[in-house]
Design a protein around this ligand. Sequence first.
Ligand SMILES: [Mn+2]
Length: 431
Amino acid sequence: MMIFSEKTISQRRQRLEPEWKNLLSADDCVLVFCGEPHTRPGGLDQTYPFIPHPSYYWLSGYRRVHGVVFYSKEHGWKDFILPVTKDESIWEGMLPFAFNGLDVKTLNDFLSQHKFKNVIALGQIPVRTDYAVSTDTPLAKQLKEKFDQCRRIKDADEVKRVSQLADIANMGYKKIRSFIRPGVTEREIQIEYEAEIQRHGAQKLPYDTIVGSGPNAAVLHAIPTLKKVKEGELVLIDAGADIEDYCVDITRVLPVSGKFSNQQQSLYDLVFAAQKHAINMCRVGQEWSQVHLTTARIIAEGLVSLGIMKGSVDGLLETAAISVFYPHGVGHLVGLRVRDTGQEENISPRSYAGTRIRVDLPLKENMLITVEPGCYFIPTLINDSTNREKFKDMINFSEAEKWLNIGGVRIEDDILITQSEPSNLTAVVAK
Ligand SMILES: [Mn+2]
């Protein structure tokens, strides 16, 4: 029932505790909720697959519904767990498991017995509780922020798990390379990849696998279709692997015929250069926004040299013209779930070169972040009348139209920030 050792869990608690102690009064306590199963609409007793709230899971190592981690200055850490029921044993074959803690049914009594003034709820807060909890208070927000900051720093067990997932994803990507040929469908590529990674130990997918061939490569979250991939096309595959909600997030672009055309190669080289530059910037203290701006600059310079954009590169960034071809941020925190804790401190994130980036923080040692610049020819943006008017002096639209069939290129890896060189945990997947 636990994939992390008790030592790892206790080290995480030791790391978080001093941060919380500073914020809490003697009669405050914190509850971190795992969450409850959710009924499928009209599904009677059917529920969606259950995943624990990542904060709870990180802090406890348990994946059991209704679990609660309790903390107060006076009592320290306590685990409240729902014991396996007779029904679960009959229907699902679940065996009672050992846990160091208390039956969650005793939580209410425990709280009333100790008369906490302020019960702060974090994690997947239930719709109803038997006791009053505070959720949206300034204190709750501060506690959550400290929690997120702690969780962003990956420990050795987490890094090991993500590296293992990179090896698993690599088996899937290798399978695609041997499978891909004119006439197979995007959907078949997805199936081959997903079967292969599960054969090698992945439990599930961290996000819906993206396969886009030809013009579909320009659809940022392309759902694989029954379209057959054609000789001379590119295929963009953005696919991960997941074990117990830990994951990798990887994108590769492959030529169906095994070789890029000159035009495809020039686009690929451009994005690859931006990615290499960005990875090299992944160092302690680096502002993430600057990493994004650097990739936007490299892509803008490349598009100027290809005759697709024109004018000063500064202007292409300042006016956001570059976002017609690069409409997303350079990356996001990853690890425990595909969007690891990054957004909460960026409630009104600034726009950089026309794009809202998902993380607007300086990098710290042992953060894990994706680096995924891209350059696309998206009909909706290229044919947009406002863009045509606004950027008429900056974009050579008739030239851009010649690239619509190529779709786009994105290259994505997961980078661990270290005291020295950036560590590419997904480098094993060939580019
Ligand atoms: Mn990603």
